[in-house]
Design a protein around this ligand. Structure first.
Ligand SMILES: Cc1cc2nc3c(=O)[nH]c(=O)nc-3n(C[C@H](O)[C@H](O)[C@H](O)COP(=O)(O)OP(=O)(O)OC[C@H]3O[C@@H](n4cnc5c(N)ncnc54)[C@H](O)[C@@H]3O)c2cc1C
Length: 484
């Protein structure tokens, strides 16, 4: 078989956005990820905000790509049926120093091309957000800040790419890269994938992939971000994304509504060395609760339904690292730290432009469509089980499996039969929001396991949370041009 024109290592939001951008052209493109699904790395554990870039460093690559990404998501979200809402943000100052910083932040935003920022008085902030602490001194209105379904943001881009012929190899860690004069051989436990161009979009592990490719040293370290998710009744407490005044190291601990109807509090920012440490710490938890209650005293009466942890990929410099080495036909994307969800479609555009400049021939793919069919449900829309006509036509939409979130068997089956099918419990959760409600999977797991085992034709006992026990030897997914 002909080698891939481009092989992308990493099916996070960056790799999948790039796959979609490359799908516009007549190229053979592959995406390989060690996990059994897309969006299993940092891309599934972030604040889910599409940033305007008001607080980015003016003149940086990050600032330019976040601005462009924000604009692109405005078009992309409806085309891909990804839920995006624009509640806007308020940067809340609770001290004199912070109050003084607001004007500088506004000016910084203007330098980045975000011109609709406004400093608000204490009274106006409290009028808009009555549940805020009475310590508020003032605020900065950032109307463009948005919230998005972070899972669909990846899945939709990946599905769109797969529909246009991009091949996905999931559950296949790249363990070795052999650079030959005209191609790379990416060795996984299952096969060797050959490609003319290699793109390292491995997030936290981009240093490791760059090393395997024989590229110069890349430094990536994890910065832990812990989150707490409040149950849906807490959502009534806020109308905007509430941001603290940012510091040099972090955007700080925010309080944000989610498109799923919950309230999010986080993240912490703790530098570490262990890229697998996704544990919630006692310190982190109490830091979050303290920060949350300081802003929004009523939070102390609200129920927490979940916690999660994401790891930012911190590079050696403060800006994005995007390097295209034409001589080696290698792209290394690293240090996409806190804004990669927003910037992903712009990072993809940037990489494709640089690939073209480096000699990759781009001819339009006549089979490419920029949109994707609407899923049976997406956040912010009624569930299919609430539509009697639909249930009459397809009774599986009337058999509710997840009672907390009203997810029906029909939606679960759709998720398992989609272009990039859910093959794990987490995969079902990301696509349908089953198991994410108040009972946190207590009542529906057994039914979901049965459906999953039946669909995959494997024994019930072999299924684990993130895959099937023997995934790596028996079950990688190959989509699009391949088998499934
Ligand atoms: C706490 C926190 C909050 C954030 N909040 C926001 C926000 O609100 N808005 C925003 O825009 N951004 C936010 N971000 C940043 C954003 O989440 C990241 O920039 C983005 O998800 C990075 O995507 P990625 O594709 O580069 O990495 P990842 O999603 O980590 O993908 C890399 C992939 O590479 C795969 N991989 C690694 N090694 C191998 C190998 N050897 N073989 C095969 N595959 C491999 C991994 O399995 C993984 O799937 C936040 C991040 C964190 C941690």
């Amino acid at each position: 078989m002909e080698p891939f024109d481009v092989l992308i290592v990493g099916a996070g939001v960056v790799g999948c956005a790039l796959a979609r951008e490359l799908a516009r052209y007549r190229l053979r493109v592959g995406v390989v990820d060690r996990e059994a699904d897309v969006a299993e790395g940092t891309s599934k554990a972030n604040s889910a905000i599409v940033h305007t870039g008001f607080d980015a460093k003016p003149g940086s690559l990050e600032s330019r790509l976040v601005r462009r990404g924000h604009a692109l998501w405005t078009e992309l979200a409806p085309a891909l049926h990804v839920t995006l809402e624009r509640p806007g943000a308020l940067v809340v100052a609770v001290s004199d120093d912070q109050l003084a910083a607001l004007e500088a932040l506004r000016d910084n935003g203007r330098r980045n091309g975000v011109t609709d920022l406004r400093v608000l008085s204490r009274e106006e902030v409290l009028r808009r957000e009555p549940a805020l602490t009475c310590d508020v001194r003032g605020g900065l209105d950032v109307p463009g800040e948005s919230i998005i379904d972070p899972f669909a943001a990846v899945i939709a881009q990946a599905e769109n790419a797969a529909a246009a012929g991009v091949e996905f190899f999931l559950g296949e860690p790249v363990q070795e890269l052999r650079a030959q004069p005209d191609r790379y051989c990416a060795v996984t436990p299952r096969q060797t994938l050959e490609a003319r161009w290699l793109v390292d979009a491995a997030g936290l592990w981009s240093d490791e992939i760059a090393g395997l490719a024989g590229w110069r040293e890349v430094r990536v370290t994890p910065r832990k971000g812990e989150f707490v998710v409040f149950d849906k009744p807490a959502r009534r407490l806020v109308h905007h994304i509430l941001l603290p005044v940012p510091t040099k190291i972090s955007k700080g601990i925010l309080i944000a509504p989610t498109v799923f109807g919950n309230l999010l509090l986080g993240p912490t920012a703790v530098d570490g060395t262990d890229k697998t440490d996704l544990s919630l710490t006692a310190d982190g938890f109490s830091t979050l609760l303290r920060a949350g209650r300081r802003f929004l005293p009523a939070l102390q009466h609200e129920a927490i339904v979940a916690t999660y942890v994401g790891l930012r990929a911190v590079g050696a410099g403060s800006d994005y690292g995007i390097e295209v080495d034409g001589a080696r036909r290698l792209v290394v994307i690293s240090g996409i730290r806190s804004t990669g969800l927003t910037a992903s479609p712009a990072i993809a555009e940037e990489v494709v432009t640089r690939l073209r400049d480096a000699g990759l021939v781009l001819r339009p793919n006549p089979g490419y469509r920029p949109d994707r069919p609407a899923p049976a449900w997406r956040p912010g829309h009624p569930r299919p089980c609430a539509d009697p006509d639909r249930v009459a036509r397809a009774p599986a939409y009337g058999r509710v499996v997840c009672l907390c979130e009203s997810v029906s068997e029909g939606e679960i089956l759709d998720a398992m039969r989609s272009p990039l099918p859910a093959r794990t419990l987490d995969g079902i959760k990301k696509r349908t929001w089953a198991m994410a409600g108040r009972c946190q999977a207590y009542y529906c797991t057994a039914d979901l396991l049965v459906l999953l085992a039946r669909q995959r034709g494997v024994p019930l006992a072999s299924i684990t949370k993130r895959g099937v026990g023997s995934e790596l030897t028996t079950g990688p997914t190959r989509t699009a041009g391949g088998t499934r």
